[in-house]
Design a protein around this ligand. Structure first.
Ligand SMILES: CC(C)(COP(=O)(O)OP(=O)(O)OC[C@H]1O[C@@H](n2cnc3c(N)ncnc32)[C@H](O)[C@@H]1OP(=O)(O)O)[C@@H](O)C(=O)NCCC(=O)NCCS
Length: 191
């Protein structure tokens, strides 16, 4: 982290949708129109589960999540290119997983990722996700996806402490009392 940087994680707000649309155009250029429309359409369903990272009040990345049939779903994760490899994607996933496993008490979280997307697959693996299946021609361009899942026990045993340390760098006061520093160290580890 650079010395004067203020890094904050907060829930998504409706006024973020414009900037999120711009990031989607940068990050997913081929499917951007469909994704932007879809995200606006499902906003009411995802807003309670979705997070933004701001660095010095600029949106650096977002993670759009939902709950489907009792499981957490990581739907869209994106970090602006000039903020990559600085832990932003991992921080967004950490907050999302803590939300699903501890705030909502879900037992499993899943996602789909393009089979060629090595950076994202490495990131997901670093948080305990494992590949459980491959779906042919899942994306509009005909490419396949992997379905990856992580369960609460795996997260607790292998990734929780790392997430807690990573989140120490962020202002989390807008994401709820469960994320306050004392709660993180006392509560998660005992639940
Ligand atoms: C995938 C993505 C979200 C990663 O965001 P990020 O903020 O750069 O990721 P982090 O800095 O948190 O990386 C954490 C770990 O993930 C892995 N990783 C991230 N980018 C990687 C890359 N380009 N190559 C290999 N591993 C990578 C590494 O293990 C990394 O840890 P390290 O930096 O200590 O080696 C970002 O590259 C992105 O927005 N890509 C385009 C959109 C996308 O593919 N989204 C996911 C599919 S929906």
């Amino acid at each position: 982290m650079q010395a004067s940087e203020v890094k904050r994680i907060r829930k998504i707000r409706v006024e973020d949708l414009e900037e999120i649309s711009r990031i989607i155009m940068e990050v997913f250029p081929e499917d951007c129109n469909i994704i932007i429309r879809y995200v606006k359409y499902i906003y009411a369903i995802v807003r309670d589960h979705s997070y933004i990272v701001e660095i010095n009040n600029n949106i650096a990345g977002f993670c759009i999540n939902s709950v489907e049939y009792g499981r957490g779903h990581i739907m869209y994760l994106a970090v602006k290119s000039n903020y990559r490899r600085r832990g932003v994607g991992k921080a967004l996933l950490c907050v999302s997983l803590i939300h699903f496993f501890y705030e909502l008490d879900l037992s499993e979280v899943f996602l789909e990722v393009q089979t060629e997307n090595v950076p994202a697959i490495r990131l997901y693996e670093s948080l305990g996700f494992r590949i459980v299946r491959r779906i042919p021609r899942y994306y509009i361009d005909g490419s396949d996806c992997y379905v990856m899942v992580v369960d609460k026990g795996t997260f607790r045993n292998f990734c929780e402490s790392m997430c807690i340390s990573l989140l120490d760098d962020y202002d989390l006061h807008e994401v709820g009392s469960l994320f306050s520093k004392s709660s993180r160290h006392d509560y998660y580890l005992s639940n």
